[in-house]
Design a protein around this ligand. Structure first.
Ligand code: ADP
Ligand code: MG
Length: 240
């Protein structure tokens, strides 16, 4: 469903993605781990084409990434993205935040969009907050709205870039629970996270990145019990 081949990316002289190869089969969860600055966010942004790459290729559902126009809009709805910062529209209610994409991009009639939004808010456990504004919700609730908003586009894959890093500790689990449910329902997911419990339980594969390279690509079992590289051992030593 996601295929990244020989991808290189530079920011000026800085080589931030170095010959990256990875793939996520349909229905699988890939967790990407690695120290800050290793290129994890850049990789996510490249898959959504928020960042152009310098060489290599990326395919989503067998299609190379389009560079512009209608095709790019379609890619963006096929690839749902959830960031550390939820970026909800502050002056719109929760349900309106979720309805917006379906109305604007998928051209759904308003009432249909509302029905869809309410069912997704139900799914992430906050239907009862639908008429509130983002600032009236906790961080964990806002992040669940952001997940519902991404799902409203009927994505084929979901990318999560440190979705719980900005949350107070007591709110982390409610967001991870929603992600775990999504994974169980068969969503194809690429998840950048420092939540090792989630990685162990939900990941089909773990990719460890450092300095712009994929250093390890293994099962969670292998990675957590016998990491091969010194860099991974060092990382795990610091985080566990
Ligand atoms: P991670 O998400 O693993 O912390 P990033 O992908 O954010 O890593 O960053 C990888 C490297 O690219 C870092 O050295 C970072 O400073 C650099 N970088 C990220 N975005 C930009 C940008 N827009 N311009 C220049 N350098 C950037
Ligand atoms: Mg990052």
């Amino acid at each position: 469903m996601i295929s990244v081949s020989a991808v290189d990316k530079f920011f000026g002289p800085l080589h931030v993605l170095k010959d990256i190869n990875l793939s996520v089969p349909r229905g699988q969860v890939l967790v990407v781990l690695g120290p800050s600055g290793s290129g994890k966010s850049t990789l996510c942004r490249a898959i959504n084409r928020l960042e152009p790459i310098n060489s290599g290729s990326i395919e989503v559902d067998g299609q190379p990434l389009p560079s512009e126009g209608k095709e790019l809009a379609r890619l963006r709805s096929d690839v749902g993205m959830v960031f550390q910062q939820f970026n909800l529209f502050a002056h719109k209610t929760i349900v309106e935040n979720v309805m917006l994409g379906p109305i604007k991009v998928r051209r759904l009639p308003k009432e249909e969009a509302r029905t869809l939004a309410m069912s997704l808010l139900e799914r992430v456990g906050i239907a009862n907050q639908s008429e509130k504004y983002p600032a009236q919700l906790s961080g964990g609730q806002q992040q669940r709205v952001a997940i519902a908003r991404a799902l409203a586009m009927k994505p084929k894959v979901m990318l999560f870039d440190e979705p719980t890093s900005a949350l107070d500790p007591e709110m982390v689990q409610e967001v991870l629970d929603v992600m775990t449910d999504l994974a169980k329902e068969g969503m194809t997911m690429l998840v950048v996270t420092h939540e090792m419990g989630f990685a162990r339980k939900a990941a089909h594969r773990v990719v460890f990145m450092a300095d712009g390279e994929v250093v390890e690509d293994s099962t969670p079992e292998e990675f957590f019990t016998k990491p091969k590289s010194d860099r991974a051992k060092d990382f795990l030593g610091k985080i566990l």
